[in-house]
Design a protein around this ligand. Structure first.
Ligand SMILES: NC(=O)c1ccc[n+]([C@@H]2O[C@H](COP(=O)([O-])OP(=O)(O)OC[C@H]3O[C@@H](n4cnc5c(N)ncnc54)[C@H](O)[C@@H]3O)[C@@H](O)[C@H]2O)c1
Length: 305
């Protein structure tokens, strides 16, 4: 028996960075199911430079043209005033905010030894502080109304590491910590927070997937986002890898460890194997973004991993 259709009638969703790529796809998917949407986008370049009102407006026109309901917002997520204004745009247009999807993002890749402060600040400001600035005013409303869904966009780069992305990886890993704390603080108010680590063909990833590019459609990622935003969402505090039609939970685990009498660095060296724990055959621990991508590619192409 198929489940009842997930409807978002009466729900209001804010999607940051929704002028293109994944955010646009999430906005269209939620609008199609009846949610009213705030399409936020600063409209800048991939490195965060510049701005333009047309990116958000185009997606709003698209949604409204399809019979949905959306308003544009062009504030930057990277300041506290911007975050407040984005949430206020939802309240002004639709009277409430039920769903926040922190999706806005930029890249300033560089090997760590060459990364300057502007590259560190810009990336952490948009991805990590941006999620704080947008979510906090919305969280206050969500607690009061006893309903909220927060979806943060992390990355395999933050979960597993990726060369040249110290700024981005650290910001993305920070979002996992934020997600877990919000899931605890929101639990008694029916506010659920989860994170996604997507892989999708957008301007951010153009040219890097080769033959598999067609498998990585943003709309696959949006199916998970719609589920996590829904009233029936059964999970909170989780992180999901989503790439094409493969979804997996990324799990933080701890070994049973070792208790060492008279702990010394030498004793730690001797027992490092036991501290690390046995390798669990059924589990796969990616040691880099590349390793995770390889497993995904194998799974999608039907090869045994
Ligand atoms: N595409 C992937 O495979 C992939 C993988 C892992 C994570 N992500 C994450 O997914 C999210 C969406 O990325 P995408 O691939 O769709 O790329 P994208 O560049 O198409 O989308 C990012 C959007 O964020 C907007 N933005 C940037 N700075 C902003 C700011 N200060 N305020 C408001 N909007 C701002 C941009 O204008 C852009 O439209 C990002 O957080 C990215 O890090 C993407």
């Amino acid at each position: 028996m198929s489940e009842p259709i997930m409807s978002f009638d009466g729900r209001v969703a804010i999607i940051t960075g929704a002028g293109g790529g994944l955010g646009r796809s999430h906005a269209l998917a939620l609008a199609e199911r009846g949610a009213s949407i705030v399409v936020n986008d600063l409209g800048g370049a991939l490195d965060g430079s510049g701005s333009s009102a047309s990116a958000a407006q185009k997606v709003v026109d698209e949604i409204n043209g399809l019979g949905g309901t959306a308003v544009p917002n062009h504030d930057s997520v990277a300041t506290s005033e911007g975050g407040k204004a984005i949430v206020q745009a939802g309240v002004d247009a639709f009277g409430r905010v039920d769903i926040v999807i922190n999706n806005a993002g930029i890249l300033r890749d560089k090997a760590f030894h060459k990364m300057d402060q502007a590259m560190i600040d810009a990336v952490i400001d948009v991805h990590l502080k941006g999620a704080f600035f947008v979510t906090q005013p919305a969280f206050v409303l969500m607690r009061e109304q006893g309903f909220g869904r927060i979806i943060n966009t992390t990355s395999a780069s933050g979960m597993f590491g990726n060369f040249g992305q110290a700024n981005y990886g650290a910001a993305k890993a920070g979002l996992v910590g934020l997600t877990r704390v919000l899931s605890l603080e929101g639990a008694s108010h029916n506010v659920k927070a989860n994170a996604i680590a997507p892989i999708a063909l957008t301007r951010m990833t153009e040219g890097i997937f080769g033959e598999l590019a067609a498998s990585f459609s943003p709309s696959s990622v949006s199916q998970l986002v719609v589920y996590l935003a829904s009233e029936g969402c059964a999970v909170s505090g989780n992180v999901y890898s989503v790439a094409g039609e493969r979804i997996a939970r990324i799990i933080t685990m701890e070994s049973h460890g070792a208790v060492i009498d008279g702990l010394t660095p030498e004793a730690i060296g001797e027992q490092i194997g036991q501290i690390n724990g046995p390798s669990v055959d059924e589990l796969f621990e990616p040691r880099s973004l590349d390793e995770e991508t390889l497993i995904i590619a194998q799974a999608l192409s039907g090869e045994p991993s």
